[in-house]
Design a protein around this ligand. Structure first.
Ligand code: ADP
Length: 204
């Protein structure tokens, strides 16, 4: 079954031109989407987990991903020996419907080190996109890295995330990815992406 078919089934509002897309499931161009929902349900090439340095599981989306993937995921993660902040590593997806899981370690937000935090956050997005392409994933769904327990304000994290994705799509390897889906879960992230996505991807 094609990727497009699976995405259509999953997020019909992103594709159906006949009906008005109910917010926040919407498409900003043919490659950028925004949805609100559980990332563990997405049948995409890769989902991006908001992991911690140990890569051994945690709360929030990390816990949800490990629960849904089953115990073999943590077994593979153990072999990776952790991951630096601002970077990411890739594993199999086990019982999840996606093909790969990318574990990105976002920064714990600190207003005193805002520039460094932004660099680390952008690094997570860029590394994840590179890993997806290197592993032949045609689509990738990001959780809103660092905006939960790690305290990054959503209104500041969203433009960093979107800019990193835009820069990648415009780079040499950018055309190897068909779809990037920002997956939000709580209202403050929905609001932040609805504010910032049209600024980076204005509809013409
Ligand atoms: P961090 O420690 O990087 O802040 P969290 O897991 O606490 O990571 O939060 C990251 C984002 O993931 C938050 O926006 C949170 O609302 C969201 N989130 C939590 N559970 C899920 C889920 N099942 N699917 C998608 N996003 C989720």
């Amino acid at each position: 079954v094609s990727l497009l078919y699976r995405l259509k089934k999953l997020v019909p509002a992103m594709f159906d031109d006949e009906t008005e897309s109910p917010k926040p499931s919407q498409s900003f161009n043919d490659r950028i989407g925004l949805i609100r929902g559980d990332i563990t349900k997405l049948e995409v090439g890769a989902i991006v987990n908001a992991a911690n340095n140990s890569l051994l599981g945690g709360g929030g989306v990390d816990g949800a991903i490990h629960r849904a993937a089953g115990p073999d995921l943590v077994k593979e993660c153990r072999k990776l020996k952790g991951c630096d902040t601002g970077s990411a590593k890739i594993t199999g997806a086990y019982d999840l419907p996606c093909q790969k899981v990318i574990h990105a370690v976002g920064p714990v937000f600190s207003s005193r080190f805002e520039e460094e935090c932004a660099e680390d956050l952008a690094g997570c997005y860029t590394t994840s996109l590179e890993l997806a392409v290197a592993n032949d994933c045609k689509s990738i769904a990001f959780s809103a890295l660092s905006t939960g327990i790690y305290g990054y304000p959503s209104d500041e994290a969203a433009p960093v995330a979107i800019k990193a994705v835009k820069d990648f799509l415009e780079s040499e390897d950018g055309d190897k990815l068909e779809k990037v889906v920002f997956t939000t879960f709580v209202q403050k992230d929905v609001d932040a992406y609805n504010k910032w996505l049209p600024r980076f991807f204005p509809s013409t």
